[in-house]
Design a binder for this molecule. Structure first.
Ligand code: NAP
Ligand code: MG
Length: 516
């Protein structure tokens, strides 16, 4: 694979407008880029080697333990969003293929998996976790090539968490009655699971591991733009000799997901994605016996008090919004700064974003990779432009974006008011909306005053203030003096239009059991 460009360090800050076309931003030669930094040294390119990993030109569906061609004979392309090169073609499953997958899952549930003792199910999960660890470098490279996220994140965040989820739930498989004392946990049956493109393998692990630990079988539908690692996971299931039909993977676009949602023989649906599609799924499932959990959108508030350690907080705010190009449902995309420190914080933010490196996601020094797809890039541009049109002021990292691929420079908007779309709509890109507050009451009231309630952050020196804020914030997760920290033992999920049900921890197990 050809590298996009080397990560680029930035020259001095200034205001900029939303770039209309990448082509207008030619790649700056490395020598010139170094000059931009005066006496500061830039890192030399350090791309992770991708040549050792062979990507098959065509990927089939994974049904009943085998790779099978789709009945329609149709395939779609999966591209690398950093280069726009086609990586492979992926099978498009229709309703007949979904039906075959559900039938395979039902058979495996009735005949094998629900009858297998928990300790045996646990062994399979441990085996899968260990193979994932063995292949983690390859999986990280594929995740980065297919989705555009930086290798730093896929290697150091996604893959360790993927393995950790399988290990964690493997440990519960033979201890379910201790997880829920006084109850006799029973599996639900066949679980239909639909996941988005921002954490493809991690979302698969969040859903598959607890489902299998409890004795359910699975039909998984990955997102159209990021199916590659799910298909690699299918090979790992084969290698682990997971009984056929226990996990089936059907690739395709929204219609494939809808066929899964509407299939009559699904007992449980777990969906992670947009609030818009989540609402449609809730309507489709209403009145049926299917159990449902929804993990939907977010617009988290990061609340920065005057007494916070400012430099540490700025790092947390930067991580909170620019991590994974802001393609994070719980991204800290609204920053509320207490008035007394506003100018200081803006100056530090302005300086800090100029040091972020945007470019080749496979380079180990890159901070900001590619936007996942052209439609997502257009959505980000449109929303940011609306902010500028409504009177907000835009500050961006002054970088030369690569000519090919989908890119958006790290940005923040100041002068944002509650009436602006950028104050309440999910941008799902590397864009922060900055607002101010005076008192803790004003902070939590404004933070809560949107339809979402997935996550929030509080930055303060005072423990009592943390407790006060945590009790008032209507968010499923509240981080204090840190941000974007995940652990398999810890439940994750939303309030209001961010969905219902929890994934992770015991709550994540409970979502896959009957607890009569
Ligand atoms: P999306 O459009 O809702 O898609 C999510 C998944 O649903 C994809 O696999 C998609 O397929 C599929 N899908 C689309 N239409 C469907 C339908 N009518 N019936 C069934 N399935 C359907 O969301 P996205 O744009 O990919 O992902 C970004 C969103 O996910 C953001 O809003 C983000 O906040 C949310 N998210 C939430 C969490 C959380 O835990 N709360 C975590 C990550 C992301 P195709 O993409 O192949 O069309
Ligand atoms: Mg792709």
């Amino acid at each position: 694979m050809k590298a996009a460009t080397s990560p680029v360090r930035r020259k001095s800050s200034s205001r900029a407008v939303v770039p209309a076309k990448h082509a207008a931003h030619p790649v700056v030669p490395l020598k010139e880029r170094r000059l931009n930094f005066g006496n500061k040294w830039d890192f030399a390119p350090a791309p992770e080697d991708s040549k050792n990993y062979v990507i098959a030109p065509q990927h089939e569906l994974f049904i009943n333990g085998k790779f099978v061609a789709p009945t329609s004979g149709k395939y779609f392309e999966s591209i690398n969003p950093a280069t726009e090169q086609t990586l492979t073609t992926i099978a498009a499953a229709n309703a007949d293929d979904v039906d075959s997958a559900v039938k395979a899952a039902r058979k495996a549930y009735d005949k094998v998996w629900s009858k297998m003792p928990g300790r045996e199910r646990g062994k399979y999960l441990y085996r899968i976790a260990r193979i994932i660890q063995e292949k983690s470098r390859e999986l990280a490279v594929l995740e980065t090539m297919d989705g555009g996220k930086t290798i730093k994140e896929s290697r150091d965040v996604d893959l360790p968490l993927v393995a950790a989820h399988f290990f964690y739930y493997a440990g519960w498989a033979d201890k379910l009655k201790y997880a829920f004392p006084g109850k006799t946990p029973q599996p639900l049956g066949v679980a239909g699971q639909i996941i988005p493109w921002n954490f493809p393998l991690l979302m698969a692990a969040w859903k598959i591991a607890p489902a299998l630990a409890c004795g359910n079988t699975v039909v998984l539908k990955p997102a159209e733009t990021t199916s590659l690692t799910a298909m690699r996971l299918a090979q790992i299931f084969q290698e682990a000799e997971l009984p056929e039909g226990v996990v089936n993977i059907v690739t395709g676009a929204g219609e494939t997901g809808a066929a899964l949602v509407n299939h009559p023989d699904i007992n449980k649906l777990a969906f992670t994605g947009s609030t818009e599609v989540g609402k449609r799924i809730a309507q489709a499932v209403a009145g049926t016996k299917k159990k449902l959990t929804l993990e939907l959108g977010g617009k988290a508030a990061n609340i920065l008090f005057e007494d916070a350690p400012i430099d540490q907080a700025i790092e947390g705010v930067i991580n909170g919004i620019y991590f994974n190009q802001g393609h994070v449902c719980c991204a800290g995309s609204r920053l509320f700064v207490q008035e007394g420190i506003y100018s200081k914080v803006i100056k530090k933010l302005r300086d800090r974003i100029q040091t972020l490196r945007v470019g080749n996601p496979l380079d180990k020094n890159t901070d900001i990779g590619a936007i996942n797809s052209r439609p997502q890039l257009e959505k980000i541009r449109e929303l940011v432009q609306s902010g500028v049109d409504e009177g907000a002021e835009l500050t961006q990292t002054q970088c030369t974006l690569p000519a090919k691929g989908y890119w958006f420079a790290p940005s923040f908007l100041t002068g944002v008011t509650h009436a602006h779309r950028v104050a309440s709509e999910e941008i799902f890109g590397p864009v922060l909306s900055v607002m101010t507050f005076r008192t803790p009451e004003e902070a939590f009231e404004r933070a809560n005053n949107i339809p979402y309630g997935l996550s929030a952050g509080v930055w303060t020196d005072k423990g009592s203030k943390i407790f006060k804020m945590v009790n008032k914030l209507r968010a499923g997760v509240v981080w204090a003096n840190t941000y974007n920290k995940f652990d398999p033992t810890s439940p994750f999920g939303g309030y209001k239009e961010s969905g219902f049900g929890r994934e992770g921890g015991l709550q994540g197990l409970a979502a896959y059991c009957r607890l009569d």
